[in-house]
Structure formats: C-alpha cells, structure tokens
Write a protein that binds this ligand. Sequence first.
Ligand code: SF4
Length: 148
Amino acid sequence: MSIKKYYQLRNEIDAQTKHFDLLHQENMVCKKGCDKCCLDFDVFPIEYEAVKVQIQKEYPDIIKTLNQSENKERCAFLINGQCTIYNARPIICRTHGYPLINMNEAGDQWELSFCELNFTKVDDTYFDEDNVYEQDTNNSKLFMMNYC
Ligand code: SF4
C-alpha cells in the first residue's frame, strides 16, 4: 500500500472535480452548509491511514471534539453543519454533489445519479458522457491500491 499513490489519485480527482465546477457553474447550487451527503462512510484501509496521517498533522485536536451524537448515520467529523477535516476528507466526500455514473449491479448498464437539491434547474437530459464523473474508474484504482 502506498499513501503517496493515494494522495496522487486524490489530486487527480480534485482536478477532475474542479473541471466539473466550471462546467456546471450555472447549474450546481451546492454550497457550504448543505451536509446531506455527510453520512458515516466506510473507507479502504489505505484511505484510513492517509486521512489519519493528515488529521494528525493538520487537525491534531479534532479527535477531542468529535461529534458523539446518537445519530450513527452521520459522519462524526460533521460539526455544526461543517466538515472539520476538509483538507483531509476522503475521496467519496470530494465527489459529493457532482453528477455520477456507475455501472449497475448486473454490469450491463450505466446508471446516472445526481442530487436534486443541487441540480435544481435541469433534468436527466442535461447530462452526457462529457459532464459526469465516472466513479467506478477511480474506485477501481482505489481498490487496486489496497489489494493488489
Ligand atoms: S469527512 Fe467531512 S465531507 Fe466527508 S462526510 Fe465527514 S463531514 Fe462530510
């Protein structure tokens, strides 16, 4: 497992989402304060290590103030509606709000998903292969980093 490779993938994903920010600037209304995506996600071991290392460096006191609420479905790093480890947040969080395509479970069709709170002015027909984030590709890279 290489944390360096993980950070490299993360940088690539940040560059991709920056491109989508520009592409969708007229239609995306996602902003600070909307925390609907901040659920209690599982992460791969390499991501756990990388996030832990960065938290220790950049947010050393955060563990003491973690959200210990009874709502186990929400992310513990979400405090007062804000991500408290924003620079270190996992890859899944870096794609929050963007239109995504994934292969369906049968493996025979792409499926589009997008947040209707975010894209309020468009419907499915607005999206095409050039303006959606292909989540499976990067998830596969992340998987390979852990197990190959
Ligand atoms: S790490 Fe931050 S962005 Fe990710 S789910 Fe938690 S609060 Fe939200």
